[in-house]
Structure formats: structure tokens, C-alpha cells
Write a protein of this length. Structure first.
Length: 326
């Protein structure tokens, strides 16, 4: 004999099943919020290779200037310095080379060996994509710096910032040049030049740094180099800019173009190839390597007054970028 149906019980069962379904859907939505696409959760590596971090991924838009300025203020200004081993310097340089050759996965694996990572994003000011190669281990301790690569064109030249913080605002000149012309690579030191009491953190005068190893790699690829510095107004009170070739001479045509462009834009330029100037950078080791490789190198010093004026920084950056060889 069939069991008698109980309408009240059926209603209760239906309500229970509906409640379970709603709970499952809600839990699914919550999981989707916290687990990125591809099934990578808080224990999986993010776009920069770190676990559980909120670093920029391929889809992110960031203000390049703000990102580098924050890095300078929050990390470079406070960082210690740990001298890298020769193998670590070589690995960093080789990985940058692999990335420039389009072998990005291999570059990422090499960088993993020294606990560096690669992040890519779009700069909100230019709409162009950039790659950031940076230290992700003990940030604020090793002081090995960063590399930024414009992905919108074939890389052809470098702009170098060896003394962020020490030469206050010099990173803004580097950012400005990178934004003003496509195809650039920005190499930036990761700590104050005096962070190490033995002088080992002054990357413009040391051959045993990650900064120098990367600049050597770029010089070997025949990338013209533009290195930006800063000087106190009292050092050369009659000038806004000291333009020189360091110890090199292959960059003279480029230096003349840059000096001419700056002078036309109202900057007073001391041209070291034409007269005696302070801070000519003849001991700069990146300039010496460029000379050995036979590639142009510019050593550009800017007064504190210029570096403190955002409008003049932008104009100076544009003038330098326009003078770089194609």
C-alpha cells in the first residue's frame, strides 16, 4: 500500500533543499572573490612569483612615476646593503638579457634563483606596458635595485639612476626619460650610495654590483647609456646642468644634441667637452664600460633647483630623450 503523502513535510523538505542550494551558491561566490582565475589561491604564486602577495599582475594599471617614487621613499631610503656574489650578479644580468631576447619564461626561472621576480603592467600616464624586474626577498635589506623595460617597442637604449635619495629627485629624471621615448630600459639602484659604510653601495663607482652587471649587459648589446645625477646649487651656481661623457668619448654627438636641446629650452648647460666643469664623472665605471664597448654614454648632472621643479624635470627629460640615438 503506497505511503500517505504529507504536504507539510514536503514543503519543509523543499525549503531545506532551497536553503542548501543558496548556501552552496553563496560559498562559491565567496571562493571566486578570494581565488584568482586559474585556481591560484592564497598559497599559490601570484603574477610576480610571490606567494599570497597583492603585487601587480599582467592586467593591472599603475602610475609608473608613483610606483617608482614609492619604492624610492619606502624602500631605497631605508634599505641596508648586502653585497651580491659574483654568481648572483651574473644571474641578474643574464636574466635581463634573456628577457630582452624574448625568452621570458627562461628569464623568470633564472631570476627565481636569486629571488627576483618579473611583473608586467600598464602605465596609466602613457598607456604603455612595462616590465618590472625587482628583488622580492628581504626587501629593504639587500638593496639590489630594479629594472624597468618598456614593452611597447624594441629596447634600444638605457637610462640609469645610480644615486636615488642621495641625488634627491634624480629618479624623476629617469622616469621622465623612460616615458618620453619608446624602447628604453631604466636601471635603478636599490639603496642610498652611503648605505654601506665601506662604500660598496655606491654603484656608479663599483664593478661588483647588480646595477653594474645589468648596465654591462646593456652596453654589450650596444645600448647607448644615459646616467642622471644631481648636484648642489652651490657646486656650479651659474649652471642648471653639467653635461659630460664621463671617461668615454663615443657619445659626443649625442651629448651635443642633448646640450643644445636643453639650452634651447632655457637651461644653462656646462659642457665638459668644451670647458672645465665640476662633477664630470670621469671615474664612473659604467662610462668606462661603455667606452670599452664603443657605445655612447652621457653623464648628466642636474642642480637641486631643477630637480625640485616638476615642470623643469619634465622638460629636461624630454630634451634628453629626444637626443638619444635611434
Amino acid at each position: 500500500m503506497p505511503a500517505l503523502r504529507n504536504p507539510a513535510t514536503e514543503v519543509t523538505i523543499k525549503r531545506t533543499l532551497i536553503g542548501i542550494a543558496v548556501t552552496v551558491v553563496t560559498l562559491g561566490a565567496l571562493v571566486a572573490l578570494f581565488v584568482p582565475f586559474g585556481g591560484r589561491g592564497t598559497d599559490a604564486a601570484n603574477g610576480d612569483g610571490r606567494r599570497g602577495s597583492s603585487a601587480p599582475g599582467d592586467h593591472d594599471r599603475v602610475d609608473l612615476a608613483r610606483r617608482i617614487t614609492d619604492f624610492t621613499r619606502d624602500t631605497v631610503a631605508r634599505s641596508d646593503y648586502l653585497p651580491p656574489l659574483r654568481a648572483q650578479r651574473r644571474t641578474a644580468a643574464e636574466a635581463v638579457g634573456l628577457f630582452l631576447d624574448g625568452r621570458r619564461a627562461e628569464a623568470g626561472r633564472r631570476l627565481d634563483d636569486i629571488d627576483f621576480g618579473i611583473r608586467t603592467y600598464t602605465d596609466t600616464a602613457t598607456g604603455r606596458r612595462f616590465a618590472e624586474i625587482s628583488d622580492r626577498a628581504a626587501e629593504g635589506r639587500r638593496g639590489w635595485g630594479r629594472v624597468y623595460i618598456d614593452l611597447s617597442a624594441t629596447s634600444r637604449w638605457s637610462v640609469q639612476v645610480p644615486h636615488p635619495v642621495a641625488d634627491s629627485g634624480s629618479e624623476q629624471l629617469g622616469i621622465g626619460v623612460l616615458r618620453a621615448r619608446r624602447g628604453g630600459v631604466l636601471v635603478m639602484a636599490g639603496t642610498h650610495r652611503n648605505a654601506d659604510k665601506k662604500g660598496r653601495a655606491d654603484v656608479a663607482h663599483r664593478r661588483d654590483t647588480v646595477f653594474d652587471a645589468v648596465c654591462d649587459e646593456l652596453a654589450a648589446r650596444r645600448f647607448p647609456g644615459l646616467q642622471v645625477h644631481g648636484f648642489a646649487d652651490s657646486t656650479e651656481p651659474d649652471y642648471d646642468v653639467i653635461a659630460s661623457l664621463g671617461s668615454a668619448d663615443k657619445g659626443l654627438p649625442t651629448a651635443r644634441r642633448a646640450a643644445t636641446a636643453l639650452r634651447r629650452d632655457g637651461f644653462a648647460v656646462c659642457r665638459a667637452w668644451a670647458r672645465r666643469c665640476a662633477l664630470e664623472g670621469r671615474g664612473n665605471v659604467q662610462g668606462r664600460e661603455a667606452e670599452d664597448q664603443g657605445v655612447p654614454f652621457l653623464h648628466m648632472e642636474f642642480s637641486r633647483t631643477v630637480r625640485d621643479d616638476a615642470a623643469r624635470v619634465k622638460r629636461a627629460s624630454a630634451a634628453m630623450a629626444a637626443a638619444l640615438p635611434s
